[in-house]
Design a protein around this ligand. Structure first.
Ligand SMILES: [Zn+2]
Length: 435
């Protein structure tokens, strides 16, 4: 299964379906938009390579008006799609991704027999073969709409991945004690990578499992000297090759990537410098917490389509995104199947994720908002009691003769003493009289 898209954004109409119609068989589906379709963007239904583009008989011209035909490799879902009465914005030989804008509907209806501007879409199951055109609507059943993301992953259950399940997922390549040691960093990074559905978690475990041989290797075995002077990796200083050798379970490599990873961690509020790992590259190899987060960075920042492909169970697509090719595909497939079978047991427990900079700020804002008034009230009470920290800051109660409460009570006590003394004096005088 791979990702597929409708050729027009949500809200389109089918203006003429596939099948018999007046004048013959309509070997495709016409798509349009209420109120007119001139210049409406047209999107590739699947990923693939453009094999024809430009002027074409029945679809108009001159180039760039005409048609586009895209061949979809098996890993993109297979088949061929043909878009007519359009103006192309891609060229022959170009790779396009599913949902990518490839052209627009030709506003000139003289090129389509005088019918209002629309898109004609034909699809074929294997290679380009006009005699084998299928109905595109069932072929695209369940497709996404251009510009819309796949559904959000479901909330995480409270169970939580255990070291035992991690060991099973990884094929038991290291002792269970080692998996227990790696588990917190692994789970933390998995949540940070939003791998909280079975499809994403299985893809995460399968790909990281393959790249690290079951979490056996947290760094490249070679010395890294081969990367010295590699400008494409940002290795500009002597010794950068070994210094920034492949690190973490999916091997963050080169000064440039260590800097990008540092900048991302800094933006999340996890480290105090945007050069943190450029200055301390060994931490990515030696501390599994950072090694796994380097994998997260790759998964969600360097290759931001991985989770979308994981949602569509597109193992080949994710493999290409990580490997650049399809090395080790058989091992990855075995691991992926095993991980999918583990299902929800692979899911991390909610609440273990690292806090983002935004979450930290929200907590700070809450404290200011909630405790600010309390602090202000406390200051007011203190001023009423003692007059505040600075002399003259608070004038005191008018009813108490501009005294603070403390001063007023002290005055009352003093007065009491004076009254008592006066009473005593009066008593004494009375007794003297009697005597
Ligand atoms: Zn048509």
């Amino acid at each position: 299964m791979s990702i597929k898209y409708w050729p027009l954004k949500r809200g389109f109409m089918i203006t003429s379906p596939f099948g018999q119609r007046a004048g013959g068989f309509h070997a495709g589906t016409d798509f349009g938009w209420e109120g007119g379709s001139a210049n409406l963007p047209v999107h590739a239904v699947k990923g693939g390579t453009v094999i024809y583009a430009g002027a074409a008989s029945g679809y108009g011209g001159p180039d760039p008006a005409g048609w586009i035909v895209i061949d979809h490799p098996t890993e993109d879902g297979g088949g061929v799609s043909e878009y007519g009465h359009i103006i192309r914005e891609v060229q022959v030989g170009q790779r396009v991704e599913a949902g990518q804008r490839i052209g627009r509907i030709n506003p000139d209806s003289r090129t389509n027999g005088g019918v209002a501007p629309h898109l004609h879409l034909s699809v074929m199951p294997y290679e380009y073969n006009p005699s084998r055109k299928l109905d595109p609507v069932p072929w695209l059943d369940g497709a996404l709409y251009p510009g819309e993301d796949p559904p959000r992953p479901a909330p995480v259950p409270a169970s939580g991945l255990t070291a035992e399940v991690l060991s099973q997922a990884m094929g038991g390549s290291v002792p269970i004690e080692r998996y227990r040691e790696l588990l917190p960093g692994f789970v933390n990074a998995m949540i940070a990578a939003q791998c909280t559905t079975v499809e994403r978690a299985a893809m995460w475990c399968a790909q990281i499992g393959h790249e690290s041989a079951g979490l056996r290797y947290m760094e490249e075995i070679a010395s890294g000297a081969a990367y010295n002077g590699r400008a494409d990796l940002g290795n500009t200083q002597p010794g950068d090759g070994p210094r920034f050798k492949g690190s973490g379970p999916i091997q963050l490599t080169g000064r440039h990537n260590f800097r990008k990873f540092s900048e991302w961690c800094h933006a999340q509020g996890w480290v105090d410098s945007p050069r943190y790992f450029e200055d301390r590259p060994q931490l990515v190899r030696e501390d599994p917490k950072w090694g796994f987060l380097a994998a997260t960075w790759y998964w969600v920042v360097a290759r931001p389509n991985i989770n979308t492909m994981a949602d569509a169970r597109d193992l080949v697509g994710v493999t290409r995104a990580i490997n650049g090719g399809t090395n080790g595909l058989a091992d990855r497939q075995l691991r992926y199947k095993r991980c999918l079978e583990l299902g929800a047991a692979l899911l991390p427990k909610a609440g273990d994720a690292p806090m983002s900079a935004q979450e930290v700020q929200e907590i700070k804002d809450f404290i200011v908002e909630f405790c600010g008034p309390i602090g202000s009230d406390t200051k007011d009470v203190r001023q009423q009691l003692t007059g505040g920290r600075d002399a003259g800051e608070y004038p005191g109660w008018e009813q108490l003769g501009f005294r603070t409460v403390t001063d007023a009570i002290a005055q009352v006590l003093l007065n009491q003493v004076a009254i008592a003394e006066r009473l005593e004096a009066l008593e004494k005088g009375k007794n003297d009289d009697v005597r």
